[in-house]
Design a protein around this ligand. Sequence first.
Ligand code: 13P
Length: 252
Amino acid sequence: MRKKVIIGNWKMNNDKQETENLLLNLKNKTWNKEIEVKVSPSFVNLEYAQKILKNSPVEVVAQNMHYEEKGAFTGEISYKMLKSINVNSVIIGHSERRTLFYENDDTIKRKIKTALDNEMKVIFCFGESLEDRKEKRHIKIISKQLDVITNGLKINQWNQIILAYEPVWAIGTGLNATPEQAQEIHKHVRKEIATTFNKNLADSVQILYGGSLKPNNSKEIFFQPDIDGGLIGGASLSFEDFYSIIRSIDKN
Ligand code: 13P
């Protein structure tokens, strides 16, 4: 049985005070223990977030990291730094990193290897652009993006992976994928994993949807059989909206 997961990706939002307000609110709430809730604040607030969330089941996740352990990489953060403050999960491959910060498949692959080799969990994001979808090549593009993670991955490393399908055209646009569109991709991804590895594994991988998830569309999307939760941007900045999205999966 796959556990449901809700992750708030705050991107470059929330200063220290806003981080505190949001997390104190969250800490006061309860939900079904089987749901994994995670938040991803900016680097400068990771440690503070950990402190606020002490004794809470909410996990703190990093938004990015470099593939090297240390060195002359001005402005970068390493897995070693993250692990030293007890942050053990990282988002890799987000479309904003790919497009705005020119991360290519090679960089992404190296980051994933570093994270996995150092016992970190990876939330791997993938998804097609609007042009890809219009040209009906979205499935092909997604298979190619998935190759980056599946190629060379050992079976026993899959428990360190959470997949997140985030169609680029749905991120921050208010235009979410329909439940059917998202389900089609999630099902396809499981099929590919089953072919490359095996069905048991394909059935056990957590696959999240991300892209304009809001309290008014999350329930329908989470209801799909191959969707295990969400990676939430804008709506995770409001405590009420984020909590309402957690509640919407709770009731499924
Ligand atoms: P929005 O929920 O703001 O569309 O962002 C989704 C996302 O990019 C999460 O990583």
